[in-house]
Design a protein around this ligand. Sequence first.
Ligand code: ARG
Length: 655
Amino acid sequence: MNLLRELQRRFAAALAPLTDDAAAALEMIRPAQDARFGDYQANCAMPLGKQLGKPPREIAQQIVNKLQVDDICHPPEIAGPGFINLKFRDEWLSQQLNTVAQDERLGVEPVAKPRTYVVDYSSPNVAKPMHVGHIRSTVIGDALSRTLRFLGHQVITDNHLGDWGTQFGMIIYGYRNFLDAETYKSQPVAELGRVYRVVRMIMDYHESVAKVAAGDQQLARLESDVAAADSAAQAAPQDKKLAKAAKRAAAQLTQTRNDLAETRAKIAGVDASPEQSQLVQQHADIQQAVLQETAKLHAGDESNLQLWREFLPKCRVDIQRIYDRLNITFDHELGESFYHDRLAAVVEDFERRQLSKPSEGATCVFLEGFDAPMIIRKQDGAFLYSTTDLATIQYRVENWAPDVVLYVVDFRQGDHFQKLFAAAKLWGYDQLDLRHIEFGTVLGEDGRPFRTRAGDTVGLEGLLDAAVARAKQIVSDNDDGAPGGPRLSEEQRNHIANVVGHAAIKYADLSQNRTSDYTYSEEKMVALKGNTATYLQYSYARAINILGKAGADVAQLRADDTPLEFTQDKERQLALTLLRFPEACDDVVVDYRPNLLTNYLYELATLLSEFYESCPVLRADTDAQRRDRLKLCDLTSRVLKLGLSLLGIDVVDQM
Ligand code: ARG
């Protein structure tokens, strides 16, 4: 049972005579900030008082008079301006706890109205270096899918691989020009990665040269902007807005100068290497050539298609290795290439129904509220990312009939998705709930976007390896320092390090507010203290350890209906928090935020350790107390395990 929902249900009846919009008032029932005031607090009397022109305390009294919660709560108290404080009866909490102990789902009821979700996540560009951003999409998408599924929704996961883009033009070009045939035979993926990087380097060089060429003009413009903003600000020294604008202009100038300096340094780096500068000179037209290779592939050129068919599975092996390590699976992996044959029909449909307009040779969909149209076919006839995404929506609706589609993708694609959703609506998909589940950037400790050293999947695997190695160190230190000496074999240590290391990476991501940037810190994420997977896993193992030491028969413990008696605050607090697990699960899917579950689990683990401090389990005063406390340990371990599993994280019994 979701405690909050239960209270809301009861409040709804009491509020009915006072307002038509009970929903808003029900939102104002929340867990109490301070346990001294009770377990939950309802703050709806204040806004209702305002609306009705009556003193809030009077409204609060009216609500309380109607409210039927006697069976579960002590008589509600009205405090301050009109807060309604609610405190559950211990007997009721105890009874709920016993019910939950017998429930595999630990109190989480399946939703009454399951919906069908398509979750589009991970979706890296094959053959292009997969970066930490894709890890972020992967772990968030996986956690959301698991949680939605557990709540009883139908979930279809789909990895929308970028397997058809320009990067294939790049490796086809690289293959034809730079391949080392011997290495390709023995290590094809590494060799393709290498030729990709050679092509990338040459293209970057030429792009940089063009950027620097345009740079002087850009600087001149910015300098005059700064001069103008400065004199405007000086003319009106009081005007804060003008002063701010001058500052902003100056900052932009500095930024551009730095950018250009960096670009120049990049160029100089290449120029300084005889080998690289020869390459860039020999391949001066590379941009055009790469576009052509891609266009040929898309047009069905047999030799390019054959290369694509050869490369694709090889590249996917690399990505698959990461998925295997992270225990990620998909129901479908329909990449962009899958939709290629449907794109022309999509554009024709838009044209036929006059939803698009020709514009300078391209086909455009003009959307209300957007400055630029969405292009669905370029002047040269090529289709775009957007066209593929439209075809994908059509396919998913026809085949899977979803109610909701979640796109777990970097926030930088926000504009793309807003346009896509608007275009889909126009196209007739107005009943479909399309959502961009955006996330921020992963930063390095220098505050800049995080890059792995090699900048590719090998680099990503290196990150996983490093996290596992650190975890191994922590597990070993912990075990070496265990009272009574080490208990773990080398094999056990390795297994634990593996579970802990991978969990650390996932949890570090999931525990962040997804829309913020976060700083990747290997040291912090495997720390035994703080809001980390390691701490939660450790808490779990500790609970299991106590149950083991007590020789507890957990099946019997769970079946035992004897009411618990809370002799200490921490016991009751722990019990209440355990009963709030369903609330945490529900919270995750309101705005698709896994960090609401990590916050909850962290709170639970913290409380467990406080509970140990004040409530001896093995040396409890009485048998009954010992049984009650073991029950709390058992249930906490189960909630931790189930909660972590919804995040795609495993536990170990010893660490
Ligand atoms: N391949 C894209 C990228 O790596 C992400 C694709 C997201 N999914 C989608 N349906 N557009 O940036």
